[in-house]
Design a protein around this ligand. Structure first.
Ligand code: ATP
Length: 356
């Protein structure tokens, strides 16, 4: 069968978004054009910005780094790209994927900055966290710590924005998870292309308290096509799943997305568009992104949406040996008692801590 685009090459892939059959060369061209369109349409970057690319060594972030480097040169975005990797301390998994990150840094000629949970969180690697709390809910710890670690790393290198490799399937999963949890606040923003300050013309990156803008240039790209891009381009990525498998809830959302995709691939993009429409209706602003009200954590001083940030709450539970309780709704109340009240800089809602 011949390629629907060039009419010359042999068709090797049928696109999920429009069912077009393409040869390899046309698939690469279309894939890169679509990422470029996302960047331009949502105004994700400005000339002269330093962009921290969050890279784990997995397929998504390796493809992101390669495509961003390619598009930056081809379309003269004028960006300075820096790779940022977080070592969560998962033996037999992250150590191997970080080796792939280092090889990609050399192959791309992009500088690499690495931070670890070990150094940032007082020796609390994920292996150590799991040894205390077991495998249930460990993703909550990993996700909260990683979010802050990426923020800290990106600020450390004075990046203007942080780019992550979230793809359409990841984001549809998150939309479904927030929906079935009844988390309407998160649901509204779960498919935003840009979050943090500047998303809707917020504060400049030099002002103090705000989340660094985060962008997702692969948001509209299907996971299956990212895999094909990485495979056919012979990119060097680490393909193994995390040894601490996702919790049952997330695994269910993942299966649901895959089943929907098999039935009607467009359903994935429609799910994202629906969440973006909610974002627009709720805030009366563009679905490109949102600005969340932020404070500085009263304990660690990093950006937080609460008086005491989630990372500090989780860490304190771990220190006290009560890590299993840390994901309960009233975890803050149970861990920050009278002796900690002095660390609060403002009189906060009882929900966040017990200060008077
Ligand atoms: N350890 C890490 N260091 C740096 N960035 C990370 C790390 N883990 C995740 N990220 C960033 O967050 C994005 C989404 O992470 P997620 O855990 O969903 O991984 P994924 O979908 O398997 O992506 P990947 O294939 O890039 O690992 C990644 O694409 C990457 O940009």
């Amino acid at each position: 069968m011949v390629c629907d685009r060039c009419r010359g090459g042999k068709a090797q892939i049928q696109r999920l978004r429009d069912r077009h059959r393409l040869c390899k060369a046309c698939f690469f061209a279309e894939f890169e054009r679509e990422v470029h369109e996302t960047i331009v349409h949502h105004d994700l970057f400005q000339v002269g910005e330093r962009i921290a690319i969050a890279i784990s060594g997995g397929k998504d972030s390796v493809v992101l780094a390669h495509v961003l480097k390619e598009l930056n040169e081809r379309h003269q975005y004028g960006l300075e790209l820096v790779l940022l990797a977080i070592d969560e301390g998962i033996h037999g998994y992250r150590d191997a994927s970080l080796a792939a990150v280092k090889r990609n840094s050399s192959a791309l000629g992009l500088p690499l900055v690495s931070l670890s949970y070990d150094e940032l969180y007082d020796g609390w690697t994920m292996d150590r966290v799991v040894s205390q709390i077991g495998r249930t809910n460990n993703c909550t710890f990993c996700g909260v710590f990683r979010r802050q670690a990426l923020e800290r790393g990106a600020r450390h290198i004075r990046a203007n924005k942080l780019a992550t490799g979230h793809n359409a399937d990841d984001m549809a999963e998150t939309v479904f998870l927030n929906l079935v949890r009844g988390d309407s606040a998160r649901l509204r923003h779960s498919a935003d292309v840009m979050t943090g300050a500047l998303a809707n013309g917020g504060t400049s990156p030099d002002e103090t308290v705000h989340w660094l803008p985060r962008v997702k240039p692969l948001l509209y790209m299907y996971e299956k096509e990212i895999v094909m891009y990485a495979y056919w381009k012979r990119l060097d990525y680490f393909a193994t799943e995390c040894v601490y498998a996702p919790n049952a809830f997330r695994a269910f959302a993942r299966d649901l997305v895959k089943e929907l995709e098999a039935l009607r691939p467009r359903a994935i993009i429609d799910t994202l568009t629906a969440a973006q429409a909610l974002s627009r209706h709720a805030d009366g602003v563009s679905a490109v992104g949102t600005v969340t009200a932020v404070k500085q954590c009263a304990r660690c001083g990093y950006v937080s949406s609460q008086v005491i940030c989630k990372a500090c709450i989780l860490l304190e539970h771990l220190r006290r040996g009560t890590g299993k309780e840390a994901t309960h709704r009233h975890a803050t109340r149970s861990v920050f008692s009278a002796s900690d009240q002095t660390s609060c800089t403002e009189s906060c809602a009882a929900d966040q801590c017990k200060c008077p």
